[in-house]
Design a protein around this ligand. Structure first.
Ligand SMILES: Cc1cc2nc3c(=O)[nH]c(=O)nc-3n(C[C@H](O)[C@H](O)[C@H](O)COP(=O)(O)O)c2cc1C
Ligand code: SF4
Length: 469
C-alpha cells in the first residue's frame, strides 16, 4: 500500500490527456449495466444515484453503461436514440459533476445490438415458430403441414440434428439470434448504410447532454464486434479479410467524428481477443487498434471474450447470455479459475496492441481492464507500458472509494473485490446489480434506496474521507 506521498508521486495518480480532455488520474470505471433504467430506456433516480456514488470516489473517468442508439424498445437498458432521452441524461451528467466535485470526466458507451429471442418451448416452436420447408417435407416424406409439425415435434433429439438446419437447431435450443451474416434479411444487409448515421446522431446527443466523450461499443457480443469478428463472412465488402471487417467500424467512427467535431473525445472499446473457436485473434486486434488510432480515435479501451458463440444453453423461456461460456469467463473472470486466476488476463494482449500503436508513432492512450484491483498492479502496468489508463469495473463496484482511499495512504481500508461474480449473476438475471460485500450493510440507514424486495441496498454505504471531515 502506498503512503500518501508515494501515491501523489505515482503514475496512477498523474494526469493524462485524452484528445482535448485531461483526466486528473489514470483510473477508469468501465461500462457496467446496473439494470436501473425504466422499461423504455429512461434515466431513473436509481441510475443517477448509481453513477453519483461512483463519482464520489473521484476516478479519472467513468463510462456510463452500454446505451442503445436506436429508438426501439429494448427493455430496461438506457437509450440515446431520440432527443426525449436528453433531459434524463443531462441529470446524470450533472450528478457526476456535482458528486465528483468536477474531478471525474464522464463518457457514455453507445451500442447497437441485433435481435435475440428467448429459448422457446419445443411444442410452440414446432407448432408455430418453425417455418416449414421442402427439406422438412422431404426428410419425413410428409406433405400435410399439421401432421409434419406433429411428427417433427415427436422426433428424438439426435434425429432432429439431421432434419433441421443449424440455424433452426439454434433457434430451438438457444432461441433465435440474428447475425451480421444473415444477408437474406434486408435490414441486416443495410447495416453498413444505417449504422454510421445512428451512431453519429447518438454521439451528437451525448455531446448535447454534456458528456465529455463517447465510447463506441465495438466489443463483446454486439453488432460492431460481430463485424470485426473473424466469423464475419459477409461478401459485400464488410466481411472476410481484416481490412473489410474493420471497414464499418471505421466508417462509423468517421461519421461520428464529422458530427461531433475534432475537439470531442471519441474512442472505442474492442476485444483484444475474442476467445472463441474461429474468432479474431490478437493479430487481428493489433491491426484494428492501429487502424483506429490512425483514423484519429482519442482512446482505445480493451476487453476480451464475452461472446454468444460459446454461451451456455439458457433454460426454456430464458435468453442466451454471452458471459456464461469460456469466452464469458475471459471477459469477467472469477475466483474459481485456472492457475492464472482472475487477475490481469488481458494485460499481455493489450500491451501488444499498445506497442503496435506506439510503433507507428501514435500516442493514443490505451485503457486495460480485467482483474485489476490494487495499486501495485496498476502502477506496474503503467510503468511497464502495458497501458496508459487502468480500468477497474468490479473493484470500483466493491469499493467506489478505493482510489481515494489509496491516494490518501489509506489503502488498508479498501474493500477488495473477491471476484465471486455475484454482481454478474444479478446482471445475468437482469436484476439491479449490487455487490455482496455491501448490499446487506446498514439496511436500516435512513434515506437509502433498497431493491424492490427491501433486502439489498442499491449503492455502497458512504465513506467519510478524512479530507471532508
Ligand atoms: C454487472 C456488469 C455489467 C457490465 N456491463 C458492461 C457494459 O455495459 N459494457 C461493457 O463494455 N462491459 C461491461 N461489463 C464488463 C466490464 O466493463 C469489465 O470489462 C469486466 O467486468 C472485467 O473487468 P473487472 O475485472 O475490472 O471487473 C460489465 C461487467 C459487469 C460486472
Ligand atoms: S459482487 Fe463479488 S465480484 Fe462483484 S464486485 Fe462484489 S465482490 Fe466483486
Amino acid at each position: 500500500m502506498p503512503s500518501r506521498a508515494e501515491a501523489a508521486a505515482s503514475r496512477l495518480f498523474s494526469p493524462i490527456r485524452i484528445g482535448a480532455l485531461t483526466l486528473e488520474q489514470r483510473s477508469w470505471v468501465p461500462a457496467m449495466v446496473p439494470w436501473r433504467a425504466t422499461e423504455d430506456g429512461f434515466v431513473t433516480d436509481e441510475v443517477v444515484e448509481w453513477y453519483g456514488r461512483f463519482a464520489r470516489g473521484r476516478p479519472g473517468a467513468i463510462v456510463v453503461e452500454a446505451t442503445g442508439i436506436r429508438d426501439v424498445p429494448s427493455g430496461p437498458l438506457l437509450r440515446i436514440g431520440h432527443d426525449r432521452f436528453l433531459p434524463g441524461l443531462r441529470r446524470l451528467v450533472d450528478a457526476v459533476r456535482r458528486e465528483s466535485g468536477g474531478h471525474t470526466r464522464l463518457f457514455i458507451q453507445i451500442i447497437d445490438f441485433l435481435a435475440i429471442r428467448r429459448r422457446p418451448e419445443p411444442k410452440k416452436f414446432f407448432e408455430r415458430f418453425l417455418a416449414i420447408t421442402d427439406r422438412h417435407r422431404a426428410a419425413l416424406g410428409e406433405s400435410d403441414e399439421a401432421r409434419l409439425r406433429a411428427r417433427l415435434a415427436a422426433l428424438p433429439e439426435a434425429e432432429l440434428d439431421n432434419v433441421l438446419t443449424p440455424d433452426e437447431l439454434e433457434a430451438l435450443r438457444f432461441g433465435q439470434r440474428e447475425r451480421v451474416t444473415d444477408m437474406q434479411h434486408a435490414h441486416i444487409r443495410a447495416l453498413p448504410a444505417v449504422l454510421p448515421g445512428l451512431f453519429a446522431d447518438a454521439a451528437l446527443r451525448s455531446r448535447a447532454a454534456g458528456f465529455d466523450g463517447v465510447e463506441l461499443h465495438y466489443a463483446h457480443a454486439y453488432t460492431m464486434a460481430s463485424f470485426l469478428s473473424a466469423t464475419n463472412t459477409r461478401e459485400d465488402g464488410y466481411g472476410g479479410a481484416r481490412e473489410n471487417r474493420v471497414r464499418l467500424p471505421l466508417e462509423v467512427y468517421r461519421a461520428v467524428r464529422e458530427r461531433v467535431g475534432a475537439d470531442y473525445a471519441v474512442g472505442c472499446r474492442f476485444l483484444a481477443e475474442e476467445c472463441v473457436a474461429g474468432g479474431s485473434e490478437l493479430e487481428d486486434a493489433v491491426y484494428f487498434g492501429v487502424a483506429f488510432a490512425r483514423a484519429g480515435m482519442d482512446f482505445l479501451s480493451t476487453s476480451r471474450g464475452g461472446k454468444f458463440d460459446d454461451a451456455k444453453q439458457p433454460g426454456i423461456g430464458g435468453v442466451s447470455y454471452p458471459y456464461t461460456g469460456p469466452s464469458g469467463y475471459e471477459c469477467m473472470p472469477q475466483y474459481i479459475s485456472d492457475e492464472r486466476g482472475p487477475f490481469g488476463r488481458n494485460v499481455e494482449p493489450t500491451a501488444a496492441i499498445r506497442g503496435a500503436v506506439r510503433a507507428v508513432g501514435l500516442a493514443t492512450p490505451v485503457v486495460c481492464t480485467g482483474g485489476i484491483h490494487n495499486f501495485a498492479t496498476a502502477e506496474r502496468l503503467l510503468e511497464e507500458g502495458a497501458c496508459d489508463i487502468i480500468g477497474a469495473a468490479r473493484q470500483s463496484l466493491a469499493d467506489p472509494d478505493w482510489l481515494r482511499k489509496t491516494a490518501l495512504g489509506l489503502g488498508e481500508t479498501v474493500r477488495l473485490c473477491e471476484y465471486t461474480n455475484y454482481c454478474e449473476g444479478l446482471d445475468q438475471k437482469h436484476k439491479p446489480v449490487t455487490c455482496q460485500l455491501w448490499d446487506r450493510e446498514k439496511l436500516d440507514e435512513a434515506g437509502i434506496t433498497r431493491s424492490a424486495d427491501g433486502k439489498r441496498r442499491m449503492v455502497a454505504p458512504d465513506w467519510e474521507s478524512p479530507e471532508d471531515a
